[in-house]
Ligand binder design. Structure first.
Ligand SMILES: Cc1cc2nc3c(=O)[nH]c(=O)nc-3n(C[C@H](O)[C@H](O)[C@H](O)COP(=O)(O)OP(=O)(O)OC[C@H]3O[C@@H](n4cnc5c(N)ncnc54)[C@H](O)[C@@H]3O)c2cc1C
Length: 414
């Protein structure tokens, strides 16, 4: 099979990229999705809070996905379900495994939109037996919201990432008792609105600077021992206490899904665990683009959609041979900033430059300062910045073109 653009992954990033590639004027666009339906992680996120930027409405995950799935159908975009992409080479030959066997596709351009997966118990060295009743928060969410299984009645949640917070509310609404959310760090890893709407509104305690030191139970979880964590992030002796529970949900981080990218030879950023991209969302391999959670973990789907349009449009331009590459400058995370996407800005592209970043710590009444070489080109005041909420800044490409040097963003005075 031959296509102009093949998109790997049919979540919001893949759908947005495919629609934009088609709108840019391409005929043959294909989405390959390993799951039984399009929509990605949104299909299991039945709570509201999606689409405030994109549609100025508060939608549920499936509602947000449906709008894009319908658009993809209106644009006659081809898609394959239950089909897993196994490999992509530098010439954009794609091997996938579908219901009827192996499929071999050549494409002029490729967009990677494989999303991310959750860190599991193995990644955090949780001592104790391996009883049933330990789930990642996302797996429990899928069981409850899509398969119709209640995963437990007395619950402890480890980690205060957004999925854990949302599951605290979800399990409470379904009649479970959520004993506590345990977080190692001095601040939550989730959005403030989720702390308020999912914990505070339901009187669920959030125990900051605490960790789980033991999981009890042989066949089924019987409880967990928790302890306060000290400055060295280790449990403080004498502060241990037992919490009885039959279920432990883990919400301890997400990892961009990049085994495929690595096999293709795409360079990854060790801070984001996603491909290094430029402002067209192009990776180090010309004609291979990436967007969404596969690049860096997003907290808002609206930003995923914004990024996917850039990737889709530029993949289409590349496929039409209308892509012009020029000198590029690097972006660098300065003091107080943990990472920036994109990592390069191509001065030959007309694409506007939106920098996405996360700060390292909690900052109040500070400025984000952008320098190009020695020149300050942008300053933005922020009343409150926290690592769990992504920051974005829009830069004027013409200003960068007229100056020399790389771009650095830092938090003023840190
Ligand atoms: C629990 C939870 C709650 C959230 N709540 C909100 C919220 O309230 N508001 C908000 O705006 N955002 C929220 N988000 C964030 C938002 O949903 C995500 O950022 C967004 O869905 C990511 O989109 P994506 O397309 O990059 O990834 P996904 O949606 O994960 O899509 C990736 C797709 O790629 C497919 N895939 C992977 N590998 C392959 C392969 N090799 N071959 C074929 N297909 C493949 C997967 O099956 C999947 O369908 C939430 C996320 C989660 C997990």
């Amino acid at each position: 099979m031959k296509y102009d653009v093949v998109v790997v992954g049919g979540g919001p990033a893949g759908l947005g990229a495919a629609i934009e590639a088609k709108k840019t004027g391409l005929e043959k666009v294909l989405i390959i999705e390993r799951d039984r339906e399009l929509g990605g992680i949104l299909n299991q996120c039945i709570h509201n809070g999606f689409g405030l930027h994109e549609f100025k409405e508060e939608l549920t995950g499936p509602e947000y996905a449906t709008r894009f799935i319908e658009m993809a159908k209106e644009f006659n975009i081809d898609y394959m379900l239950n089909t897993m992409v196994l490999s992509i080479d530098k010439d954009k030959n794609i091997i996938a495994l579908g219901e009827s066997g192996l499929i071999d596709i050549n494409s002029k351009a490729v967009v990677l939109a494989m999303g991310c997966r959750e860190r599991t118990r193995g990644a955090i060295d949780l001592p104790g037996y391996r009883p049933s009743g330990v789930y990642t928060a996302g797996a429990a969410q899928r069981f409850m919201n899509m398969e119709g299984y209640m995963v437990g009645k007395k619950v402890v949640i480890y980690g205060s990432g957004d999925i854990g917070l949302i599951m605290a509310r979800r399990m409470t609404l379904e009649g479970a008792k959520v004993e506590a959310v345990i977080e190692r760090k001095p601040h939550s890893s989730g959005l403030t609105r989720n702390i308020v709407q999912c914990l505070d509104d339901f009187d669920i305690p959030l125990l900051l600077e605490h960790c789980i030191t033991y999981v009890h139970g042989k066949d089924r979880v019987k409880g967990v021992t928790i302890a306060k964590t000290g400055k060295d992030k280790r449990p403080v002796e004498g502060t241990e206490r037992f919490i009885e529970c039959d279920t432990l949900l883990l919400s301890v981080g997400l990892i961009p899904e990049n085994e495929l990218s690595m096999d293709t030879g795409i360079n990854l950023d060790r801070r984001t665990n996603g491909p290094i991209v430029d402002n067209r969302m192009q990776t180090n391999i010309e004609g291979i683009f990436a967007c969404g959670n596969v690049v860096h973990v997003h907290d808002l789907v609206d930003f995923v959609t914004r990024e996917s349009r850039i990737a889709g449009r530029n993949a289409a331009l590349y496929a039409m041979d209308r892509s012009r590459k020029d000198k590029s400058v690097e972006t660098k995370a300065g003091n107080g900033v943990s990472y920036i996407v994109p990592q390069h800005i191509d001065l030959g592209s007309d694409e506007e430059v939106n920098l996405f970043m996360r700060v390292r710590d909690i900052y109040k009444n500070k400025k984000l300062v952008v320098k190009c070489g020695e020149n300050v080109i942008l300053e933005k005041k922020r009343v409150h910045m926290i690592p769990s909420e992504m920051e974005s800044l829009k830069l004027n490409l013409d200003i960068i073109k007229n100056l020399s040097g790389n771009i650095e963003v830092c938090v003023e005075g840190v």
